[in-house]
Every structure is written in C-alpha cells, then in structure tokens.
Design a protein around this ligand. Structure first.
Ligand code: BES
Ligand code: MN
Ligand code: MN
Length: 461
C-alpha cells in the first residue's frame, strides 16, 4: 500500500484542517484557573465530537478535575498490527501578561512572518496544534482507506499545565483500557526548523511555593529598622545561597542520582552541532549560566537546575513606603534528571531553609507534587522505523535529542501501564510556548500531520 494518497489527501485538506484547529484554539481551556472550568469542559466536548466524525468511539470521561477524552478505533479485522495510543493535552497555559499580546490570545489568526506562515494564539503549539496533527493524519488515512491501519486509542488530558492531579488515579483505574503496545506523545519540538527529532529523555520537576513570616505585622522601618530582622533580607540570602560560584546547586545530596552521559548519547548530541550562541542570542543573552565545565546541551537536557520563578513581599506599589514587611514569599522549581528523587530534594531544601531562619521566624508551604525525570529506551524497533519515516518527510535526517522540559506522563506510561513512550513533536524554539504571542508554524502543522501518516505507515507496514 502506498502512502502517497494519504499525503495528497492531507495536502488538499490543509485549509479545512487549519479551520478546525482555529475552532479549538478559540476555546480558552486554561486548566489552572477555576474561572475557565466550563471552557475546559467545552474543549473536551469539541474533541469528542471531532473524533466521532472520523468514526472513533470517543467519550468524555469525568474526573474530580477536568475531563479526559478517550477514544478507540479498531484496525482492519484480523490484523495483528500494533495497538497504538496517541496522547496530547487540550488545556493551555494562562495568558498573562495580557498587555504583551499583539491580539486576543483566543482569537487565533494566520499571519505571514519572515519564517513563513504561522497560526498565532494560545495553545497553537502547546499543545492543541500538535495534538491535532495526529487527529488530522488519522482523518486523512480513514478518508482514503476507509479504515485505519491498526487499532488506535486516543487519550487527551485537560490538566497537563496544572500538574495533572487526576492523571495517575485515572490511569490506574482504566489501566486495561489504556494499555497499548506503544504510546505516541506529541508535545515536544523539532531540533531545528529542518531537523525533526525523537526526544529520548525529559527532565523531572519539583515545585516549592512558600511564605516566611518574621514580625507579626508590617512595621515602620524607622521605629524597627535595625533591631527587627527583615523577612525579605532572610529570603534573598536563602535564595542566593542555593547556587555556588560555579553554578552548582548547594543542597546536600542534590546530585545523588545524576548520571554522566553515556558514550552513545554524548556522540548523538555532539553530532547535533548545537549553536548555543544563536539559541541564547534569540532571547537577548550571551553567556551560558549553568555549571562550569558542562556543555550547553548538557545544561538544558541532562543537568538538574534550581530556578526562582517568582518572588514577592513588602510594598511594590507606586511611590515610596518605609515599611519593614512581616512576610516574604517565593516560588521555586527544580528540574531533575537521572534518578534524582523529588521527595528527597524537597526534604533537603526544606531543612536548608529552616536551618537558615532566624529565631521566631516561621514558614508555610503550599505543597506541590513532583515528578522524576524519564529516559526512553529506544531498543524497540518502532523507534528506528519512526526515525526513518521522519527523515523521509523533512529536509534533514531525524535526530535523537533530549528535552529540558517535563512531561510526567511519559514516565507514568512505563510505570503504571508498562508501555514505552515515543515523543515526537513539531514545535520550534521560537514558538513562545507559555509566553505572549504563542504561535505554531503552518509548516509544523502540515508536515507534522504528514509525519504521523508516514509513521503510521512505517509502524504497520
Ligand atoms: N509541552 C511542554 C513540555 C515541553 C517544554 C516540551 C519545552 C518541549 C519543550 C509541557 O506542556 C509543559 O509545559 N510541561 C511543564 C510541566 C508541567 C508539569 C506543568 C514544564 O515543563 O514546565
Ligand atoms: Mn505541552
Ligand atoms: Mn506546556
């Protein structure tokens, strides 16, 4: 069977596919903000209805948080092909700061840019545009052949951007239904605009959100300044102490479980010729800030980090106020690698913090859960088949790469369901995911859809 008819069908259907994606982008499914709960529900309904138009048996499945969308479709009767599962997330990040957007984040538009046409809008790249690439590939396949080449399960979540609180119990309760031969996750990027990629390792994530309290109320800094310890001074000293002069994290035991690169991965990454000056230059920076002696790709993909994501306290309004505040707060995140244990790092961080609080000070934590890093084994022949299929579609051969971001479900597929996950996506570094003016190149959407058709062909041929 030739793949050309399916690819031609995808080409012809691109305008309609783009229109469908724009419909989905108009639904403001921000999972972290309770004000948008109804919109998350509507996005799930939209996907169920869309999958049903392809003949997929899809339903919305309620959870205690936002609903899951699960759909199944059988392959040809009697086929012994693999059973594939596609995962993506339909929720999106909040849009603030809204004033930095050039247009309404939920009124998507196709724009001409020097890098080609883009679809501008929140969720276009992370992850609605990516999620729709495999839906569109299946739609085209079904239209041409009347059926899909193998059994496929679709699993779309609406809580990824808010830490997936319902995901693990849902996977445990529906383990049999959700177990396939391999999970295909479309939520990562290309290596470069012409170089497709299969991501083989993701960093884990641990968040901490806390407030320290010193004096029992805000004080006049003339009456108390000098005798009373200022919580902002305490907080900034604690935060400043988290890194040493070589860029390493100082928490005792932090590097337990951090592996050195294997020779195989080191040579894969060397072959990528990563241009870190261009990567940093694009965001207005010049120098890598990671640990001394590490390569730029190691800093992003295989070394753990600690970052302050937000810090607040005291008077931040207009004008001047001589206050000595009662409280100071911060949000931190740690990116984890190897077998670093999020719980052990939380304990190490909290004891460092509490050891450095002056007498009489207290701390309150808002607990966030953590997820360990994940490393995919590429021994399943499906990986090389998919890599060849990507290479056939794009100008340059597909690479195996790492990813500095976190997609905890990749590890849960292995841990809870015993299945490998293959991470393939078509986002670009300049997509501005999680930022104002997010976009997805029309080429990413179009060639992404064509890539999935080729991968389906390669895995079932
Ligand atoms: N799609 C991203 C992960 C990602 C980031 C892939 C960068 C490729 C490049 C995902 O939606 C995401 O944002 N993950 C969060 C973690 C989640 C638990 C909130 C992240 O990495 O911060
Ligand atoms: Mn995502
Ligand atoms: Mn995201």
């Amino acid at each position: 069977m030739s793949i050309d008819d399916v690819l031609a069908r995808i080409d012809a259907d691109l305008p309609a596919a783009t229109t469908r994606l724009m419909d989905l982008l108009r639904i403001p499914s921000i999972s972290t903000d309770p004000a948008f709960k109804g919109d998350c529900d509507r996005a799930a309904d939209w996907l169920v209805a869309d999958l049903q138009t392809i003949g997929i048996d899809a339903i919305k499945r309620d959870t205690t948080g936002h609903p899951m969308v699960v759909g199944h479709i059988d392959g040809p009767s009697g086929s012994d092909g693999p059973h594939l599962l596609f995962y993506g997330h339909y929720d999106v990040q909040p849009v603030d700061p809204l004033d930095l957007w050039d247009r309404d984040p939920f009124d998507p538009e196709i724009q001409d840019t020097p890098q080609g046409q883009v679809i501008r809008g929140r969720g276009s790249s992370d992850d609605k545009g990516q999620l729709m690439t495999f839906v569109e590939a299946c739609r085209a396949w079904k239209a041409v052949h009347g059926e899909l080449p193998c059994k496929i399960t679709f699993f779309f979540e609406g809580e990824e951007e808010s830490g997936s609180p319902s995901l693990v119990p849902f996977m445990q309760q529906n383990a049999r239904e959700l177990t396939a031969d391999i999970a295909l996750i479309c939520d990562t990027g290309l290596f470069e605009s012409a170089v497709p990629a299969i991501t083989t390792q993701l960093r884990g994530l641990l968040g901490e959100d806390f407030t320290i309290t010193g004096p029992n109320r805000d004080l006049h800094s003339g009456m108390y300044g000098g005798i009373a310890m200022n919580p902002i001074r305490v907080l900034t000293k604690i935060l400043a102490g988290l890194h040493d002069d070589n860029g390493a994290v100082t928490l005792p035991g932090f590097y337990d479980g951090v592996p050195e690169l294997t020779d195989e991965i080191r040579s894969q990454w060397q072959g990528l010729n990563f241009d870190h000056a261009a990567y940093l230059g694009d965001v207005g920076l010049k120098e890598p800030a990671g640990e001394t002696g590490r390569t730029p790709l190691e800093m992003i993909w295989s070394r753990p980090t600690c970052d302050v994501n937000g810090i607040w306290g005291g008077y931040t309004g207009d004008g001047f106020k001589t206050v000595l505040p009662s409280q100071a707060s911060a949000k931190l995140s740690f990116r984890l690698v190897g077998t670093q244990d999020p719980d052990a790092i939380r304990v190490a961080f909290r004891s460092y913090l509490e050891d450095n609080l002056p007498a009489g000070f207290t701390v309150d934590y808002l607990t966030e859960k953590g997820a360990p890093a994940s490393q995919m084994s590429i021994s399943d022949p499906a990986f090389e088949k998919a890599r060849q299929a990507l290479t056939d579609e794009w100008p340059r051969p597909a690479s195996y790469i790492g990813c500095g971001g976190s997609i905890p479900i990749a590890g849960y597929f292995k841990e809870i369901l015993g299945m490998d996950a293959m991470l393939i996506g078509f986002g670009r570094d300049d997509d501005q995911i999680h930022s104002p003016n997010e976009k997805y190149n029309v080429e990413s959407f179009h060639k992404g859809t064509r890539s999935w058709a080729r991968i389906l062909h390669a895995l079932t041929g």
